[in-house]
Design a binder for this molecule. Structure first.
Ligand code: PLP
Length: 378
């Protein structure tokens, strides 16, 4: 197995409670509890649960008013949802290369890609390790661009003690079953620029209606006031998320323990074989969402994956660069070749990492990795 949700009796108990309460639609008591936990954890001033991270990214694209002719800078090495959100508004993703060590957006190249059509920068914190987010903030304010953080990997991640997802105007989280904390399918939008986006975010998420204001008694009827859709998850799913977030530290500690063991126990092998381990820059704390190795070549990427598969261990590559993907070529613009993204995509191998991985499994993965011999010329 490669990833697996970490479930306990608490999820079952809260799901049963949510069913018994009978309020199955969104924005019930468990939605409020999960939302409060997310505010507390991240420090974000305003959080809205959504049906997915992809939908939170779509909400962000609606909120920054993207339209035809607008451009948004994003890294080539990211999940398709970041680009889809832009394309669905008729705007153009502009793909930029990444840093060879962190695989996060290359800031100098992002700056060079700014045009008079650029309206926003959409950035991912790969593996929950911060992109150069302080520099990005400065860049965006200098050019009057909105900053969107896709923090799907980074719940529990910090840069200089500040939680990721609180630097941009808007940020997104994912609670997909493959993420550290899950509700099966789900996500959240973090609204940090409250003045500009908070009240509209609430409306767009509720079918373009002012229903939330109505329930707070601020208006006496609710009606259609803006464009929007239905991005509210059921309170059943929020119940599951509440349980996961209440178990936050336990899940985090176990993941960090596994990550540390991989990092320490593959270090000598990596050094001998010319394999590069994950690099965690100063000031970054990450929540052990993933563990990757950078192999010398694509031959050794396939080589290690096959070697592990033969030992019953599932390891895998990750994102395929968006700039050269079929949809990326159709809808995007790529001012400069994204050579680093292409090289790294062909070198990266991720090891299985989930909280329920037991110590003998970790031993087996380490033994599998360190028994591999690099084939390509170095
Ligand atoms: C998983 C993931 C998404 C999509 O999340 P969903 O909740 O499945 O929509 C978006 N961006 C990144 C970086 C992801 O890893």
């Amino acid at each position: 197995m490669f990833s697996k949700p970490c479930l306990s009796e608490l999820e079952t108990a809260y799901l049963a409670q949510a069913l018994a309460q009978g309020h199955l639609q969104g924005d019930g008591t468990f939605t409020r509890r999960a939302t409060a936990l997310l505010c507390e954890l991240t420090g974000a001033p305003s959080v809205l649960l959504t049906t997915s991270c992809s939908h939170a990214l779509e909400l962000a694209a609606l909120l920054v008013d993207l339209g035809p002719g607008d451009e948004v800078i994003c890294p080539s090495f990211t999940f398709p949802s970041a680009a889809n959100a832009i394309v669905l508004r008729g705007a153009t993703p502009v793909f930029v290369d990444v840093d060879p060590a962190t695989l996060n957006l290359d800031i100098a190249k992002a700056e060079a890609a700014i045009s008079d059509r650029t309206k926003a920068v959409s950035v991912v914190h790969y593996g929950g390790i911060a992109a150069q987010i302080d520099l990005l903030q400065a860049l965006c304010s200098a050019h009057d661009l909105a900053l969107i953080e896709d923090n799907a990997h980074g719940l529990g991640a910090y840069f200089k003690g500040q939680h990721l997802g609180t630097f941009g105007d808007l940020a997104t989280q994912s609670f997909h079953a493959t993420k550290n904390y899950t509700m099966g399918e789900g996500g959240a939008l973090l609204v940090n620029n409250v003045e500009k986006y908070a009240s509209r975010a609430e409306i767009l998420r509720e079918k373009g209606t002012n229903r939330a204001q109505f329930f707070r008694g601020e208006v006496d009827k609710y009606t259609w006031v803006d464009q929007g859709s239905s991005y509210l998850p059921s309170d059943l799913l929020a119940a599951m998320l509440t349980a996961q977030l209440e178990r936050f530290d336990d899940i985090l500690q176990r993941r960090q323990y596994i990550w540390q063991r991989y990092q320490i126990e593959t270090a000598d092998w990596a050094h001998d074989q010319g394999v590069v381990q994950m690099m965690v820059p100063e000031d970054c704390e990450h929540p052990a969402h993933l563990f990757f190795l950078i192999m010398p070549s694509v031959e050794d990427q396939t080589g290690l994956i096959d070697h592990l598969r033969a030992r019953g261990i599932v390891a895998t590559f990750h994102f395929q660069p968006l700039d050269s993907s079929p949809a990326g070529q159709k809808y995007g613009r790529t001012p400069e070749p994204c050579t680093v993204a292409h090289d790294r995509a062909a070198q990266l191998v991720r090891l299985p990492l989930y909280a329920d991985l037991i110590d003998s499994d970790i031993d087996r993965v380490v033994a599998g990795v360190t028994s591999y011999r690099v084939r390509s010329q170095r």
